[in-house]
Ligand binder design. Structure first.
Ligand code: SF4
Length: 445
């Protein structure tokens, strides 16, 4: 029997541009030295734009990407090697595969040519507790490379001193960049890069806000694809800013016209915790029940700049011209960076995330939440159990499974499928069609 389609749907028009941007970023990274650009190890955290004052630079992500992520045997081997060095399954997943990749001599490898790209400096801003340990590791294994880490204010509640704390570090960071690289630092380029990053973040936040609409105009899997530009530390680029603006306009248009990510949407879910970074169907497995995963506290706070209001809606960071902060001097620019990240960034408030999840679940009209409890992602698993209790107390059904975002040998497919199926049936939903296996690429031994 044909499955009843409840909403119109259509592919995203901006998808091709996203693919092209992702290809370009990889190409530009591996040709950086040809153009005399600085190669910087780092990037997934906020403020890549701090580096813009140096002129040309490319970021080499600490997270192995591309073909390495599709080779599950290789990924498993990287994890095993990390374990031999004392970094077991309960250490940060990024750290483990980065270490495994270093020990295999693959870190920074151009998979097309086999050449190794060596970073000139290591520069990072921390958006997660797990990253902090990883920084020590890079300093140990890349000991010949100068290293600087900016720490965002990790506080239970925002405090007036946070702005000054961050601002002082940003000044130190700029001095360090100048002294370490011996390059000139152009404040005009810094301002341009920062305003681009600021705008990119606000556009992306608005895109995520649209997901509160029924039917959801995008699903969480697509959100993750959009976020690859965040993870590649490219928000400062004008073409990335333009992509997010175009994507925001297109998603807004889908909302106005009632175009859905899933034509059969009858159930909306938050999927909390990291999904596998290697290709998987986890987020779309739910589609067989007419259920769409639309986001999570994890994704929203990692990519967006906002505050959560009492009703779960967002107070989105204003655009630069709306904020009204001067951007004329280096002091002005660094001050505005500190204000934005100390004011519109709920991620570091560890205890508040529990209440935020409940409020957002209501505002985004979810029918349930699924938690991937990943021992290898302390940054996101922290507070998960308390959040599950709080959601249940608020009448929002919850299930969980044990995840392993970067270690395929730990992903128990059958058990996860069985837990999801049971949960969906408990929500009163029947499967509309067959489900695809969670992982379809070559299985790990
Ligand atoms: S988010 Fe998870 S995987 Fe990423 S740095 Fe934090 S702990 Fe590690």
């Amino acid at each position: 029997m044909a499955v009843k389609q409840l909403y119109p749907t259509k592919p995203l028009e901006c998808w091709g541009k996203l693919e092209e941007l992702r290809r370009r970023l990889v190409r530009d990274t591996y040709t950086a030295k040809e153009r005399g650009e600085l190669v910087v190890l780092g990037g997934p955290g906020p403020l890549p734009s701090l580096l813009c004052g140096l002129g040309g630079f490319q970021l080499l992500s600490p997270m192995p990407i591309g073909p390495d992520m599709k080779d599950l045997r290789l990924l498993t081997r990287m994890n095993e090697l990390a374990t031999t060095q004392g970094y077991s399954n309960d250490c940060c997943a990024t750290l483990r595969i980065a270490l495994g990749s270093m020990l295999m001599g693959r870190f920074g490898m151009n998979k097309r040519t086999g050449e190794i790209l060596k970073p000139d400096i290591h520069f990072e801003s921390l958006a997660c507790q797990g990253q902090m340990k990883a920084q020590q590791l890079y300093q140990e294994y890349f000991f010949e490379i100068p290293s600087f880490v900016v720490e965002l204010p990790w506080q239970e509640e925002p405090r007036p001193a946070d702005v000054q704390y961050l601002e002082d570090q940003l000044h130190e960071a700029v001095d360090w960049l100048i002294n370490t690289t011996g390059r000139k630092f152009d404040d005009r380029l810094l301002a341009e890069g920062w305003v681009n990053e600021w705008r990119s973040r606000v556009y992306f936040t608005r895109i995520m806000e649209y997901l509160a609409t029924i039917p959801a105009p995008l699903d969480q899997k697509t959100l993750a694809s959009f976020a690859t530009l965040v993870w590649r530390g490219s928000l400062h680029l004008p073409e990335v800013r333009d992509f997010y603006k175009e994507a925001m306009d297109e998603v807004g248009d889908r909302v106005r016209r009632g175009i859905a990510a899933l034509a059969t949407e009858r159930c909306r879910l938050f999927h909390e915790g990291p999904v596998p970074w290697y290709p998987s169907n986890v987020l779309r497995y739910f589609n067989r029940y007419g259920a769409v995963c639309i986001g999570s506290w994890l994704y929203f706070t990692e990519f967006g700049n906002f505050n959560v209001k009492d009703d779960g809606s967002w107070d989105v960071c204003p655009m630069p011209e709306e904020m009204g902060l001067p951007l004329n001097t280096r002091d002005d620019i660094l001050h505005s960076m500190a204000v934005v990240f100390a004011t519109y960034n709920p991620r570091p408030e560890l205890s508040a995330r529990i209440d935020h999840r409940v409020r957002m679940a209501r505002h985004f009209k979810v029918d349930g939440a699924v938690f991937a409890l990943d021992r290898g992602c302390l940054g996101n698993t922290c507070g998960a159990m308390e959040s599950m209790v709080a959601l249940k107390e608020a009448g929002i059904p919850v299930t969980s499974y044990q995840g392993a975002c970067a270690n395929p040998s730990e992903l128990g497919q059958e058990e996860i499928v069985s837990r999801i199926d049971t949960f969906m049936e408990s929500l009163g939903l029947k499967a509309l069609g067959p489900g695809r296996p969670l992982v379809e690429v070559e299985a790990a031994e």
